[in-house]
Unconditional design. Structure first.
Length: 194
């Protein structure tokens, strides 16, 4: 037996709205090409159609900052698979060379696997990146000021040191990470020096 639904509101996206905000009255100075509703929504910074830049394949600075926050969360839970899925195939990772045995640069996803195995999995029993700040550094870059915390696997020695990433995006993918041992140097590289 099929159910019958009655008393549904008339939802037609093409008809004129029945509610016009009180701040917009007929004959107001709204843009005649978009109508009063669209003008009011634009005035408060909202897209009247509900589209985000990312819906069109364009990422905003805020999208990049949030995406890199997610990436740092993945580093902390040691989720290399997630990190590789977000990275461009031609990723360049320029390290800070904080510790012995780390190359200055790792290329591509294969390079990231090599770095991860050499630097994250083998030497550290515990590892965490504490985020002090995460800021857009232009339309395609994010500066993450961090503190590296680790407990060495063999000695049990605990390490805490300032550390930073300047991540460059191409669309939604991270294409380059420049790591720094000094926050001021990272800020200068990002163009955010105070």
């Amino acid at each position: 037996m099929a159910a019958t639904i009655t008393n549904l509101p008339d939802i037609n996206p093409w008809r004129e709205p029945t509610h016009i905000p009180s701040s917009v009255s007929p004959g107001s100075s709204s843009d005649s090409t978009t109508g009063p509703i669209f003008s009011e929504m634009s005035a408060i910074g909202a897209d009247p159609m509900g589209w985000r830049d990312s819906d069109w394949g364009v990422s905003s600075e805020a999208d990049h900052v949030e995406r890199y926050r997610e990436a740092l969360d993945a580093w902390n839970r040691r989720d290399l698979v997630w990190i590789l899925e977000q990275a461009a195939p031609d990723l360049e990772f320029h390290t800070a060379q904080l510790f012995p045995g780390i190359e200055s640069r790792y290329d591509g996803r294969e390079g990231m696997v090599e770095f991860w195995t050499t630097f994250i999995e083998e030497p550290w029993a515990l590892f965490r990146l504490e985020v002090a700040s995460l800021d857009a550094a232009g339309p395609d870059r994010v500066l993450a000021l961090l503190t590296f915390h680790g407990t060495e696997r063999d000695s049990g020695e605990e390490v805490a040191t300032p550390y930073a990433h300047l991540a460059t995006f191409r669309g939604d993918e991270v294409v380059r990470i420049d790591a720094f041992a000094d926050w001021d140097e990272a800020r200068r590289a990002a163009g955010l020096a105070t």
